[in-house]
Ligand binder design. Sequence first.
Ligand SMILES: Nc1ncnc2c1ncn2[C@@H]1O[C@H](COP(=O)(O)OP(=O)(O)OP(=O)(O)O)[C@@H](O)[C@H]1O
Length: 362
Amino acid sequence: MKLDKVQISNFRNFKDLSFSPNSKLNVFIGENGTGKSSILEALHYLGFARSFRTSKHKNVIKAGESEFTVFCSSIDVLQKQQRFGIFRSSEDVCIVNIDGVKSRRATDLVSCLPVQIFTPQSSDLLIGAPKLRRSYLDWLLFHVEHSFSVDAQNFKRSLKQLNALYRNQTVNSNYDYWIDLFVAKGEWLTQVRTELLNERLIDAIKSNLADFLPEFSFEISYYRGWEKGLSLKEALEKNKEKDKKNGYVSSGPHKADLKIKSQGLAAQELLSRGQLRMLVAALQLAQTQYLQQATAKTSIFLLDDIGAELDREKRKVFINKLSQSGSQLFVTAIDVKQLDFLNNYNEKTVFHVEHGQVKEEI
Ligand SMILES: Nc1ncnc2c1ncn2[C@@H]1O[C@H](COP(=O)(O)OP(=O)(O)OP(=O)(O)O)[C@@H](O)[C@H]1O
């Protein structure tokens, strides 16, 4: 999937902006505060229906305006053209548009465009809560497995219902129904995540790490979220009284985690900030590579402030590998010098961002 036209209205400091991206590499250069990250943020709305910088949608609407829109057209591997858009108002109305068909379900849009983002905050994937690492696996499953979204929703629904029953101390006749659903979907979720990691991702991650951080060796494993040696049903039974007292379900794939160790230590305890970013880069690159293998879809990869904490050689390796994976890249930098190695790239477009506009370098 490659974007070939982007139109952004009333988004951050942009009134009306349109540009035609290069199918391979797009570089946005501009001084602080000119709007480089905002362009990536607008593209992020197409892939996630939300920002990567704020949870408050109204904050991205241009000051003094009451709604924003982001539109794009894209071409897939079969040269089929499609149009996508998202509209959000300050009243919190969200409408997505797929080839002229409007819907209020953001997932309709999100499932169409695989967008990935790499920013200076991406190390949160390793130092932040386990939820982020579960999302790392689930994002890929969502784009690769057709029924993932529905089954994962059913799992979430059963968890929510069980938590409510425990919280209200009302273990009634519905309890068995929700337990059965929770166990069935919980075991399925554990299985698909484990298979994805063990059979698809670990080798790809390690192969990327051999280029990114050759001085380390890593062990990558999945903690499924409940005690070893017990089935999920047995773990629920064992913890039932404690869970009722606490008002939530303490065992299950909602407590799972992706563990990455080196030299016997958790990676986040051992690696420097730049090294952590390279580890995240290896993880994200493996997502892109597998997405392409499994679906023939290529991702739209956003790299914000690529210069931060990555030395020239690491930036170069990362961008080279992303290009090889067929991703369409959108890269921001303050100074073109941070990206001088891109001079060898013939297929690229450089945009200069200034005064709420972008100018394509000729
Ligand atoms: N809702 C809004 N309405 C209008 N302008 C906004 C709004 N939100 C942010 N801005 C402004 O938009 C500009 C763009 O910010 P952005 O973070 O995209 O810049 P940047 O080029 O990525 O900067 P840096 O290089 O410092 O990271 C900033 O000047 C900011 O003050």
